[in-house]
Design a protein around this ligand. Structure first.
Ligand SMILES: Nc1ncnc2c1ncn2[C@@H]1O[C@H](COP(=O)(O)OP(=O)(O)O)[C@@H](O)[C@H]1O
Ligand SMILES: [Mg+2]
Length: 255
């Protein structure tokens, strides 16, 4: 399958002189269309920095990142927010729904900003709401819906614009295990049923076991890779635990 995302020898250094942190120290990998890739690593291994470089929130010190052929490291500042709105979907840890907007308005926001005609906005919001089972709550405000409904609304918002890539940084970080499972099932169906390409950063092996492939980061480098293949999620989870045991470090096993 075609590589949607190509990461080529990126480096990200913070600080200067003798006080340099190599947050990313020469990372290269490809992500193909419709992949669901997990990035694992202990705290401080460079996961968020990597995600921020891909999402153009941070700029690289060296190297190139191509999304569908466009070098995101070369996009001019004034074009960046437009690029993000058009090409990327985000799932945040606290979901970031705006309290003063209804669920419908939250989901439609990116489309409205992109000046999509009203009728098409209606169609797209309606379709994604049906797919994620939230049609009944579209006219409610975030504080009027359950935690699971908030999650699905945030997922709907991330994907309604048909982004090329959906990025999630520790999406289950603030959730109990039941809510985590619900969110992970939703993210998985965004991938398998709606065809979204997903890159999820997590230090949690349970969350990572939903991905199709996992890259392990250590000190800003890729230290190993696991591919799920035809294994069950449970088998994959055990394999992840084995890798973590070998790699050592302070990855917490919470389940
Ligand atoms: N804005 C920053 N300024 C200086 N150092 C940073 C900054 N952001 C991250 N770092 C450092 O870069 C390394 C990687 O951090 P980060 O990408 O946040 O790791 P992770 O998300 O895996 O916990 C850490 O050593 C961290 O302290
Ligand atoms: Mg982080």
């Amino acid at each position: 399958m075609k590589a949607l995302l190509q990461i080529e020898h990126i480096k990200k250094y913070y600080g200067h002189g003798t006080n340099i942190t190599k947050a990313i120290d020469d990372i290269s990998f490809d992500v193909s269309e419709q992949e669901f890739i997990g990035i694992m690593g202990a705290s401080g291994s460079g996961k968020t920095t990597l995600l921020n470089c891909i999402s153009t929130i941070d700029d690289v010190s060296a190297g190139h990142i191509y999304l569908d052929g466009t070098d995101v490291t070369e996009i001019r500042d004034r074009d960046i927010s437009r690029f993000r709105r058009k090409n990327l979907g985000f799932i945040f840890q606290d979901f970031n729904l705006l309290d003063t907007l209804t669920i419908h308005e939250n989901i439609a926001l990116a489309l409205t900003i992109n000046q999509i005609p009203a009728q098409e906005v209606e169609e797209r919001v309606g379709r994604i709401a049906t797919q994620l089972g939230i049609t009944a709550i579209l006219n409610k405000f975030p504080y009027e819906v359950s935690g699971g409904e908030k999650q699905r609304s945030a997922c709907a918002r991330a994907i309604v614009n048909h982004p090329k890539l959906v990025l999630a940084d520790e999406p289950t970080g603030a959730l109990d295990s039941k809510s985590s499972q619900m969110l992970l099932n939703t993210i998985q169906s965004m991938n398998t049923e709606l065809g979204a390409t997903i890159l999820m950063v997590t230090h949690d092996p349970f969350s990572a076991s939903y991905a199709k492939r996992i890259l392990f980061l250590r000190d800003g480098r890729i230290s190993s890779e696991l591919i799920r293949g035809s294994k069950s999620r449970k088998q994959f989870f055990n394999e992840i635990l084995d890798v973590l045991a070998v790699l050592g470090g302070d990855l917490s096993v919470v389940r």
